[in-house]
Design a protein around this ligand. Structure first.
Ligand SMILES: Nc1ncnc2c1ncn2[C@@H]1O[C@H](COP(=O)(O)OP(=O)(O)OP(=O)(O)O)[C@@H](O)[C@H]1O
Length: 215
């Protein structure tokens, strides 16, 4: 698996590019970190890769997953996982049903789906919490559950937008190692947006600094 960006460029309504055209290849299991000043377009870059770019922007370039051009596909057909600052779980579903929501439809049968979720809960240190209301989880438990839900969808690539910034220091370290270990063991190419150099160091891969403007 790999995620390739080919001369990716985003222009705002006024025709100005947010940053210089970006080309990079993220191999399976590698985390590339994107840093840069506030407003340079880091979140917008992730929106574009995931297929969620707002109408106010003009996109050029190509996004490829495992060599396949997905640039013209809608977000839901791209199989790209997203994680944001707020680890949101659906409040009206149990923790287990939240994770089951991530499972591919191709995994059929109640018992098999339940077993896949139970395994994921155990991997996340959440064993026994299948039937819990998400509101009763701690912040760290919620963050791990949200990451597992994203991973259960077997994404071909993962986009992380400041996923640790709202966690307190101890939890942040746990969640960093939990996330990057899973990314590596699942061999998912991953793009991480962060302001925190410690996130970049923990990710261990190349760091790209986005600069405003560009040709
Ligand atoms: N929906 C939108 N429509 C028009 N302009 C937008 C929209 N969302 C963001 N912008 C503008 O696009 C530019 C890039 O915003 P973006 O959120 O991608 O920056 P960022 O680098 O992620 O910033 P931060 O580090 O503060 O999160 C900013 O100038 C922002 O004001």
């Amino acid at each position: 698996m790999s995620l390739d960006l080919d001369a990716l460029s985003i222009r705002a309504m006024n025709g100005q590019p947010l940053f210089a055209p970006l080309s990079l290849t993220i191999p399976a299991g590698e985390v590339v970190t994107v840093m840069g000043p506030s407003g340079v377009g880091k979140s917008t870059l992730l929106d574009a890769i995931g297929g969620h770019l707002g109408h106010g922007f003009h996109f050029s370039g190509a996004v490829r997953l495992n060599g396949r051009d997905v640039t013209s596909l809608p977000a839901e057909a791209r199989r790209i996982g997203l994680m944001f600052q707020d680890a949101l779980l659906f409040p009206h579903m149990s923790v287990g049903d939240n994770l089951a929501f991530g499972l591919p439809c191709s995994l059929r049968g109640r018992a098999k789906r339940r077993a896949a979720v139970e395994t994921a809960l155990t991997q996340a240190g959440l064993e026994g919490l299948y039937d819990r209301d998400p509101a009763t989880l701690s912040g760290g438990q919620r963050a791990r559950a949200a990451l597992m839900r994203t991973l259960l969808a077997e994404p071909a690539a993962l986009l992380l937008d400041e996923p640790f910034s709202k966690l307190d220091a101890g939890l942040r370290e746990d969640m960093r190692s939990f996330t990057f270990e899973h990314v590596r063991s699942c061999a998912i190419p991953t793009l991480l947006v962060t302001h925190d150099p410690e996130d970049a160091a923990a990710a261990g891969g190349p760091v790209i600094a986005l600069k405003a403007g560009g040709a």
